[in-house]
Ligand binder design. Structure first.
Ligand code: MG
Length: 410
């Protein structure tokens, strides 16, 4: 592999996964034990189904508050560690599973200890929000390969994650479907010089084609109805505001180390093409599949192998038609804020994410209108763009300032 390839930034870390494939071991995964941070969420539960299929043992499971599901998972998978972020919920789980061998950890310290737990081959970070940044750094510093579904960690602290991955010689594999698609389209590229553009597809969410006027009074219930993907509440609202695509533009920037202008977005309502790479000869390589997160989750776990997956097969003749549109940056201000944040730098990115986490939650609880989310994210991003980010502490302070900006305007 040429030196040029190193310029693929974090993605190049995948070379740290030693490739020893033989016919004898092909069906077996190199990952035998896995830690799943956020095991009760949409990605976490699908990852556990993959563990069933591939005979992988989860040694660490964590949840925020959902101890009902976590208790069932503990009884079924018998992990060494179960960490619960919410202290009260952790105390309840401790009582509920007192008859098991699983050790319960609680709070932020518990989550961090779970992230650096030694008896595991990979840490799957499927936490939601920038709360996942510190566990990502802990896992890297504990020399664990990471499968990352937690895009907010990269947006809030991309530089720190990049440094930690590099310093520890571990792999960071994308789980986000678009970034997994780009990663797959890059397999076989000889050099970064061959790559002209990364093209992220966006479904457009439930409000595709709507005008600002039409979006004035939409409710959280309407925004929570995603046409293609079945996901958690936070990301579903992020899809409706297109903040999700904005976050993914920044995520792509950190993962692949390309310039801001080398990342494009195309709206593709069917969500069959998961993303594309345009090469220097104008050849475009795309990755297609049904909109099902199991493929990207499993590819991160089995990389560089491909193994059978319990996801539905794609039938292009059943789909019939694939369509494409320009994204609407004027109506979906969140996406514009993220594009601008990429130009401004890390502080603006951290702030855009922090402001969105607050505004997204405020919309879901009926405190602000749908359009207010974009306005708050854009303004908070601009207000905080001059902060200097050199440490985790700086990230926390910038994030907090952006959240405060939003809270004062609710
Ligand atoms: Mg995605």
């Amino acid at each position: 592999m040429s030196e040029d390839f190193k310029n693929f930034a974090i993605i190049d870390s995948a070379k740290n996964i030693v490739n020893t494939i033989t016919d004898d071991n092909y069906e077996k995964t190199a990952v035998k034990k896995i830690s799943i941070l956020g095991s009760t969420g949409s990605i976490g539960t699908q990852a556990l189904e993959i563990c069933d299929d591939l005979n992988i043992t989860p040694t660490v499971l964590t949840a925020n508050t959902n101890i009902r599901t976590l208790e069932q998972q503990v009884r079924r998978y018998k992990p060494h560690i179960a960490a619960v972020y919410d202290n009260n919920a952790a105390a309840q789980l401790k009582i509920a599973i007192a008859d098991t061998q699983t050790k319960v950890l609680c709070g932020k310290d518990g989550l961090l200890a779970a992230a650096e737990y030694d008896d595991t081959d990979m840490v799957l970070n499927s936490l939601v929000g920038m709360v996942g940044l510190e566990p990502t750094l802990k896992a890297a510093n504990a020399k664990k390969n990471i499968a990352l579904a937690n895009k907010e960690a990269l947006v809030a602290g991309g530089e720190l994650v990049k440094e930690a991955i590099k310093a520890n010689g571990v792999a960071l594999l994308p789980v986000d479907s678009e970034h997994s698609a780009i990663f797959q389209c890059l397999q076989g590229a000889n050099s970064k010089k061959e790559v002209k553009k990364l093209i992220l597809t966006a479904s457009g969410g439930p409000f595709l084609g709507k005008t600002t006027q039409q979006l004035k009074d939409v409710t959280p219930q309407q925004a929570l109805k995603h046409p293609n993907w079945n996901m958690g509440a936070k990301i579903t609202i992020d899809s409706a505001t297109m903040m999700n695509k904005g976050l993914e533009i920044i995520e792509a920037y950190w993962l692949f180390g390309v310039k801001a202008e080398e990342i494009d977005v195309v709206v593709h309502p069917q969500s069959i093409i998961h993303s594309l790479v345009e090469y220097s000869d104008n050849a475009v390589i795309a990755q297609l599949g049904m909109p099902d997160m199991k493929i990207p989750i499993q590819y991160a776990i089995t990389y560089p192998k491909r193994l059978p997956c319990s996801t539905p097969q794609l039938s292009l003749t059943d789909i019939g038609k694939l369509t494409f549109f320009e994204p609407d940056y004027e109506t979906f201000l969140c996406m514009q804020a993220c594009k601008q944040a990429l130009v401004y730098g890390q502080a603006a990115q951290t702030a855009a994410n922090g402001a969105n986490e607050e505004a997204n939650a405020a919309f879901r609880s009926g405190k602000i209108s749908f359009l207010k989310i974009g306005e708050l994210v854009y303004n908070a991003m601009q207000t905080q763009s001059n902060n200097n980010i050199a440490s985790l502490q700086d990230v926390f302070e910038c994030d907090e300032a952006a959240r405060q900006y939003v809270k004062e305007r609710l």
